[in-house]
Design a protein. Structure first.
Length: 116
């Protein structure tokens, strides 16, 4: 069974090795976006991670504003020599702040997509 560290390592490795053309030319697979035409909270993360992994930070933020930060979090999980759970995982205030930031980023993206 693959643990969190293994999953994080696979996802980070994929972001590093996937060519940009593969992600740019891929079809939209998000069911929420297909039905509503609006981005889901995670829409753009694959492209954002790939861009961040190749140090194209402006592109990364354009695909998803939290992409680079979540990629760094995945790197931290992949490199964690402990039990695979980040030490801040038990901190309720950190979890609430991260959740609020995620919702705020999604609302910002929703407002931006409906303005187009």
């Amino acid at each position: 069974m693959i643990d969190r560290r293994g999953v994080a390592a696979i996802l980070v490795a994929a972001a590093l090795v996937l060519p940009r053309a593969v992600l740019r030319g891929s079809p939209m697979i998000c069911p929420f976006r297909r039905v509503t035409g609006l981005p889901c909270p995670a829409c753009g993360l694959s492209r954002s991670w790939q861009a961040a992994a190749h140090l194209h930070l402006a592109d990364s933020v354009g695909y998803h504003p939290l992409g680079a930060a979540t990629l760094l979090g995945a790197v931290a999980i992949a490199l964690d020599a402990g039990d695979g759970v980040p030490r801040v995982a038990g901190r309720r205030d950190v979890q609430l702040s991260a959740g609020a930031l995620w919702v705020a980023a999604w609302l910002w993206r929703l407002m931006r997509s409906t303005a187009d």
